[in-house]
Design a protein around this ligand. Structure first.
Ligand SMILES: NC(=O)c1ccc[n+]([C@@H]2O[C@H](COP(=O)([O-])OP(=O)(O)OC[C@H]3O[C@@H](n4cnc5c(N)ncnc54)[C@H](OP(=O)(O)O)[C@@H]3O)[C@@H](O)[C@H]2O)c1
Length: 403
């Protein structure tokens, strides 16, 4: 049953007592409300949310009712916490940024989205089709390396999500292709933020790449947390150019924010997977596509993984929660590639998944990443297996898989 009803306390109370009376599962859609979830004062009703899925439209709130022994799932209200606020998202065409834009629009924000190629439908169509885009999404052209290019997009914004940065693992000229746009681009965007007096907080998409790459030993017992920093010299030695670009960019961002007294938060996700909104294939989703498309071997590496919906949510929570500060590592699980392949094999046995490791060395050890700080943003991670499934289904839908 699906009914649309205006949200008032009296309506909610009557819905719950109706549910009690009929002992039946019902789905109710309540739109346009500023509350996250129901607040009911009744001794025999416990209410959620146990798990909130802010990116999947209306949020879900579990209500369990003791006396009636009925168990109901009520789909409730979109969180409209952004109504009346304007924010900028840089690199909005990209995988993570598109998911941030989608969620911001769902929450009622007006979004000024910077893209490199506003006239290329492959880079913008998916954004223009989002719910709320017609009314509240505005595209701005900006390149990271063009001084002042972000001024117009950032001017008048309450907050900025700086996500634009190249993510490639094989490049011919690391300085030009990765380090310059990441480092100079970040300072360029922060420069525009410091000129705009309206900006209250900047949320920078950094990476676990800027956290975990140093000479400290990693074992399954080691817990990496926000106090860790990657070492640029170590990155250069290992020729980890993308990792270096993120490390230098975050370092420079903190220095800039401190000098200018800017309220900045960084989000440091591990490898991000989950549904793609854009029509092009990004690097982290490509790592799954390659395994599904007949790669002969899997890498001898252990990596952290996290769902893009949790990453998008964490960005917005980091903007909205006044006490949010510093860095936030985002990792649901750390697994060796062999384990990732086993999950894929279980879910998709007919695909030509690799059987062997790329080398005969001992398997790279796993490690842990602390979830404590992310909890304060209200993040309850989507499990890895579900994230993998969502990624593959999305890759299939967008024709990125050969089978
Ligand atoms: N995906 C992950 O696993 C992961 C994990 C941790 C952190 N991150 C970080 O998340 C951010 C987004 O990554 P993503 O995975 O969403 O990758 P993506 O889809 O490739 O997005 C990168 C974005 O940066 C933009 N960009 C690159 N160079 C630019 C330039 N010179 N001027 C303006 N924009 C430029 C791209 O614009 P075009 O669309 O025009 O190319 C694109 O919108 C990056 O900062 C990345 O380091 C990603």
């Amino acid at each position: 049953m699906r009914r649309k009803v205006p949200l008032t306390q009296a309506t909610i109370t009557s819905i719950v007592f109706y549910l009690l009376a009929i002992r039946f599962s019902v789905v109710i859609t309540i739109g346009q409300c500023r509350h996250h979830y129901l607040h009911l004062n009744s001794d025999n009703i416990r209410f959620g949310p146990r798990r909130v899925h802010p990116t999947s439209g209306p949020q879900q709130v579990d209500i369990s009712i003791d006396e009636g022994q009925a168990y109901v799932l009520v789909v409730v209200l979109e969180k409209m916490s952004g109504a009346g606020k304007t924010v900028c998202v840089t690199g909005a065409s990209g995988y993570i940024a598109s998911n941030i834009v989608k969620l911001l629009l769902q929450r009622g924000y007006a979004v000024k989205a910077s893209v490199r190629y506003p006239n290329n439908p492959a880079k913008t169509d998916h954004l223009l089709k989002l719910d709320g885009a017609k009314e509240r999404l505005h595209l701005f052209k900006a390149d990271l390396l063009e001084e002042g290019a972000f001024d117009a997009a950032i001017d008048g914004c309450d907050g900025v999500f700086h996500t634009a940065s190249p993510f490639f693992t094989s490049v011919a000229d690391p300085e030009k292709e990765l380090i310059e746009p990441a480092l100079k681009g970040t300072l360029n965007v922060l420069g525009s933020c410091s000129k705009a007096s309206s900006v209250k907080r900047v949320v920078v998409t950094s990476s676990l790449a800027a956290v975990a790459f140093n000479a400290r030993p990693k074992t399954p017992e080691v817990v990496i947390d926000e106090t860790w920093f990657s070492d640029p010299e170590f990155c250069k030695e290992m020729k980890l150019w993308y990792v270096l670009s993120k490390t230098l960019a975050e370092e420079a961002a903190w220095k800039f924010a401190e000098e200018k007294g800017m309220d900045m938060v960084t989000i440091n996700p591990a490898m991000v997977i989950g549904p793609l909104l854009q029509s092009t294939l990004n690097t982290s989703a490509e790592s799954i596509a390659n395994l599904m498309n007949g790669a002969e071997t899997y890498a001898n590496s252990s990596l952290g993984w996290v769902n893009v919906k949790d990453v998008a949510n964490a960005h917005i929570q980091a903007f909205e929660i006044p006490s949010a500060n510093g860095r936030y590592c985002l990792v649901e699980s750390v697994v060796h590639s062999s384990e990732l392949v086993e999950i894929l094999r279980k879910l998709y046995p007919s695909y030509p998944l690799p059987q062997k490791c790329a080398d005969d060395k001992p398997l790279a050890t796993t490690f842990q990443v602390s979830k404590e700080k992310a909890k304060s943003l209200g993040i309850e991670y989507i499990p890895l297996e579900q994230s993998i499934k969502e990624t593959v289904e999305s890759l299939k839908e967008k024709n990125f898989l050969n089978l």
